[in-house]
Design a protein around this ligand. Structure first.
Ligand code: ZN
Length: 134
């Protein structure tokens, strides 16, 4: 398993980690298989969505902020319950196919680390499973 570092610059942030993940897959030498991404944090997440228009990332963050406000009637004393809820809604893992030595993504897709309680230095685990190669 490989672990990479992701630095967020604001409390909420989408960070494009596509090239980081593709570099790890390329370095592994695996041509065909599965790439598991896991965020070992309770106030962050990982998702796949449009990478071409940054307004999509802003819209997703705005949608989540509207449904899950920062200051709500929460019990958790740390004051970051919204970030915990968003982490669960978006999810802390993604499973992606690897083909021809690369994670398979659609034309407009990118992999994003989702920060909900930054800025912080975060980690992302990348586990690669080799498939049946010819
Ligand atoms: Zn907390």
């Amino acid at each position: 398993m490989k672990t990479c570092t992701v630095k967020s610059k604001s409390r909420e942030d989408f960070i494009d980690i596509t090239s980081q993940v593709q570099e790890i897959v390329a370095a592994s030498g695996i041509r065909t298989g599965v790439c598991l991404l896991h965020v070992p944090h309770t106030t962050a997440a990982v998702t796949v969505n449009e990478g071409a228009d940054p307004d999509v990332q802003s819209d997703i963050l705005a949608y989540l902020a509207d449904r899950v406000p920062h200051r709500g009637p929460y019990r958790h004393m740390e004051g970051n319950s919204d970030a915990h809820i968003k982490s669960t809604l978006v999810g802390v893992s993604q499973v992606l196919a690897v083909e021809d030595g690369k994670v398979v993504l659609g034309t407009w897709q990118a992999i994003f680390f989702c920060e909900f309680d930054g800025p912080r230095t975060r980690r992302l685990h990348v586990q690669l499973v080799r498939g049946n190669e010819p």
